[in-house]
Design a binder for this molecule. Structure first.
Ligand code: GUN
Ligand code: ZN
Length: 651
């Protein structure tokens, strides 16, 4: 059972329930050796850090002593861990040694027998860059094994959950096919496999493309595990692309070679030994000086380095979760991707897939958009603004530039609106910003430095295309004087209610439909905040229709507002359709659970304000959707719509 609690980029904070244990994702599963004697870090420390570990069922199976204990007392006893134990199947050994001595179904059966919580099929990890024919053949075999494993589990009523690994080598279409086919089978977690050789060569760009292509075809409601990625430096990007689980043998393997992990890359004890203290404050680094650890015997040194490596690995996970909660995950990703040019390469290829990624990125975030470099120009928020600009109905347009010294929102600092002409400011990051909607997230909630000339080039084609598209409506520079005169004229002042026009345009931008028609334009009034002077409420006949949320300027409907939206927006747009069964709950204002969603507007993005209706399009409630259109249809657990208010049945 997996549900989404919070999100940013394609990353999510999820709740995963396994055999009564609640695991919060994203998280890392430390790799634990099934032979406690070979375990580098004491299991007691691992228990303090995590409720989920991964170990190897094939090593257990093929080592008589371990096998005996596992078969008799179970895997939890063997490794000394009583929470969630995940096992790998021997696929990795297969990829390293070319052969293993167990049948695909036998190892699934064995994992069930020893009481594993989540087992793994015996997939074939096809290396990168092999002949296509080989990749295809091995994928076919993995798919056959996957089907057989799922059938076996059903037939014999196995208790264990199953990992269904995605393969396909570096062929992206095969990765998509693998995801598509595996997605049809009822796996509990989908690991993305065979990326270890890519990681070892720092081919993060290939890894990023593999993740995205798999995500495009995988069900949205299952956790994704990036198999074999244990370096904290890569976590932020992988989470932003939708990975929920990681496993790390790296903490121990690196330690054996004197390598000291940090969230920005790997350091060597050899080079650290002359520092008076470590650049870290974990329990190990605050207890020992580099020289002390350097002089210890190998076993002790390895153990302490491994402990430090584990601490920083978990620390980075916490940092990522916090970034998700704050809405600053892209900022963290951009920071991390500057730690290695190959990671930057990966971030740059992500741009190719932004149209897909944008669908998962929340429409509003708690923290402002911080520009950190050229790559920020490709962020989903920027793309979304450009897409949604065409939601506005323009009649007359005046395009202008403003000095960098003018603070955002421009409309509050320039005397340029108050007419029926839409003033659009050329913006280095967002392309064009219409002053009537410029208080919306992230147009006003963004911090951008002075850009270099080459960065300013980026949006020029977009602006040019816009001008071409709307050429009949654009007032040229010479008409500007006309515009100013007109703007100052009594005729304009009597004709235009700029506040009403602003609300009309903001609603067009937020919902894509014209909510305020000419009749309403004359009737709506606004109330301003006494402290900021900004519009706070939109009123009609003494009743509030919308409030404007201060941190992002989204229009939040009241019941009256929701009724108006329902009347003006055609079905199924901006709707989440729920089963009759929960109609009364929705009307009482209770949250809508994903399980009861029967249909929806497939274009919805996370955190949009939506209408909850029944199959006859009767309005039941309104609230904020936590899921996008695809997820609303796929998720079976957790809240889909956080309901603001239910609407009582009429009559
Ligand atoms: N560990 C690292 N990569 C893989 C993989 O592709 N499949 C499995 N089963 N385990 C792995
Ligand atoms: Zn440390």
């Amino acid at each position: 059972m997996f549900e989404i609690k919070d999100r940013d980029a394609m990353g999510r904070i999820g709740k995963l329930k396994i055999n009564g244990h609640k695991i919060e994702t994203p998280t890392i599963m430390p790799v634990v050796h099934p032979n406690p004697k070979k375990q580098v870090v004491p299991i007691e420390l691992i228990k303090k850090l995590t409720d989920i570990i991964i170990t190897n069922s094939y090593i257990t199976y093929s080592t008589p002593k371990l096998r005996e204990i596992a078969e008799e007392k179970g895997i939890h006893e063997l490794v000394g861990f009583d929470k969630v134990v995940v096992t790998d199947s021997g696929s990795f050994q297969l990829s390293v040694y070319g052969d293993i001595d167990v049948e695909p179904l036998e190892i699934v059966e064995f994992q069930e027998k020893i009481g594993v919580d989540v087992g793994t099929i015996l997939d074939i990890p096809t290396p990168p860059d092999v002949e296509r024919e080989r990749a295809e053949k091995e994928l076919e075999e993995t798919l056959r094994r996957a089907k057989a494993s799922i059938e076996l589990k059903k037939e014999k009523n196995f208790k264990l959950l199953l990992n269904g690994t995605i393969q396909g080598s570096t062929y992206l279409d095969l990765r998509r096919k693998s995801a598509e086919e595996m997605g049809k089978l009822d796996f509990d977690i989908y690991p993305i496999g065979a990326v270890v050789p890519l990681m070892e060569e720092y081919r993060y760009r290939d890894v990023a493309e593999i993740i995205i292509n798999a995500k495009m075809c995988l069900p949205t409601n299952k956790p994704i595990h990036l198999f074999g990625c244990g370096h904290p430096m890569a976590f932020a990007l992988a989470v932003a692309l939708g990975c929920d689980l990681f496993d790390s043998a790296a903490y121990a393997l690196y330690a054996k070679e004197g390598r000291y992990l940090t969230e920005r890359g790997t350091l060597h004890l050899e080079n650290l030994k002359d520092l008076d203290r470590f650049p870290c404050s974990c329990p190990v680094c605050s207890t020992y000086k580099p020289k002390e650890i350097y002089r210890m015997d190998k076993k002790q040194r390895t153990r302490l380095l491994a402990e430090h490596n584990l601490y920083v690995t978990f620390e980075e996970i916490s940092r990522i979760k916090n970034a998700i909660k704050e809405g600053s995950l892209w900022e963290l990703v951009e920071e991390r991707c500057r730690c290695h040019p190959k990671l930057l390469d990966a971030l740059r290829v992500v741009r190719k897939y932004m149209d897909f990624i944008e669908r998962f990125d929340p429409v509003t975030k708690k923290s402002a958009f911080f520009y950190s470099g050229y790559e920020s120009l490709f962020r989903p928020e920027v793309l979304r603004h450009k897409k949604r600009l065409s939601r506005l109905k323009f009649d007359k347009i005046y395009i202008t530039t403003v000095s960098k010294r003018v603070e955002k929102p421009y409309s509050e600092n320039l005397n340029l609106i108050h007419s029926d002409v839409d003033v659009l400011v050329i913006d280095d990051v967002f392309g064009l910003v219409p002053l009537y909607i410029d208080t919306f997230y992230p147009l006003a909630q963004s911090e951008v430095p002075d850009l270099f000339e080459f960065e300013k080039e980026y949006n020029k084609p977009f602006v040019k295309e816009f001008i071409e598209k709307y050429k009949d409506k654009i007032l040229d520079i010479t008409t500007y004087n006309y515009y100013i005169n007109y703007y100052n004229s009594e005729a304009n002042k009597n004709k235009i209610n700029p506040d009403a026009l602003r609300i009309k345009k903001m609603l067009q931008y937020q919902y894509g439909y014209d909510i305020i028609d000419d009749g309403l334009m004359k009737k709506i009034t606004i109330k301003r905040s006494k402290t900021t002077g900004r519009i706070r409420y939109v009123m009609l006949d003494g009743k509030t229709l919308f409030s404007i949320r201060s941190y992002d300027n989204l229009l939040i409907p009241t019941e009256e507002g929701a009724r108006l939206l329902h009347k003006k927006i055609p079905y199924p747009k901006y709707r989440v359709v729920v089963d009759r069964e929960v109609e009364e709950f929705a009307r009482e204002g209770k949250s809508v659970y994903a399980k009861f969603v029967v249909d929806c507007d497939e274009e919805l993005r996370p955190y949009e304000e939506v209408l909850v209706v029944n199959e006859d399009d009767e309005l039941l409630a309104f609230g904020t959707t936590l899921l996008n259109g695809k997820e609303l249809m796929e998720f079976n657990y957790g809240i889909a719509v956080d309901v603001r208010k239910g609407i009582k049945k009429e009559g």
